[in-house]
Design a protein. Sequence first.
Length: 316
Amino acid sequence: MARQTRINYPGALYHVTLRSKDQQKIFFSDEDRIYLCSLLAEGVERFNCRIHAFCLMTDHLHLAVQVGDIPLSRLMQNINFRYTRWINQRQKRTGPLFHGRFKAILVDDDSYLLDLVRYIHLNPTRAGICLDPKSYRWSSQQAYCGMAKIDWLTIDTVLTRFDPHARVAINRYQRFVVDALREGDRPEFRKGSGTDLRVLGDDTFLHRVRKQPIASPHRQIELHAAVDLVLQSYNLSSAQLRAPGKERYAAEARAVAALIIFEDGIGTLTELGQRVARAAATLSSAVTRLKKRVKKDTLLEERVQSIRTQILKMQG
């Protein structure tokens, strides 16, 4: 079954989780964490987004990201590719570092932003790493407590909801966090709520976001540009990509296009199907098979990443 398209619109707030493959470590030194933070800093400027909170754990990371007019997938694909390359070079390893596609829950910022930031900052405490979240260096909690300054982090949106005066706001925020130290897990921040598990918000919020447009002319141009890059990589024509039959070389090219276009949020499998004359279900099955091959085929993985890099250059 084809995965649901991520809901995206300017101003959307997401709880993003990016986990390692097979629960392996993604950070091996402080230098790794500093590099990941540098990617976040660059991403805020390059992809016109705000990061309200972050937490870097041993095998995963959490972000509270509010996008502008550029889809979330652009930021996350950039981080995924460049950080994986960094770790693979330093650790002399190959293959993917992260477990497939990042997870993103669309959050009603009016109702849940404060709780989301607190939830992210309490991760080290829930994991038993520390008793006080502000003692954990690799989250944004210290910035919210006035102990550190992170230029690329947006903290005023949260703090001003506690009080317009900075010191009062910080004190009230810290009490807000302390009040939840004994709070149990909040599964809704990981799984969404209600009838649509992509979303955390009430029915009114869900109704509002569902009315947001899911496509735009700019997005369509990106889809066709991505397909053209795949054609160049495989030295195929559009006619060969659309041709009936199961010729293996063209089939692989279609699968690569489907993987990139769908997982990077460029378009849907239905939209791609119109370009390559295939049903969305057929393309979805091809993506599933391709993912298994990519894990074992280094050359194929490098081809996919090369195409993704070219797309980022075109879009950035």
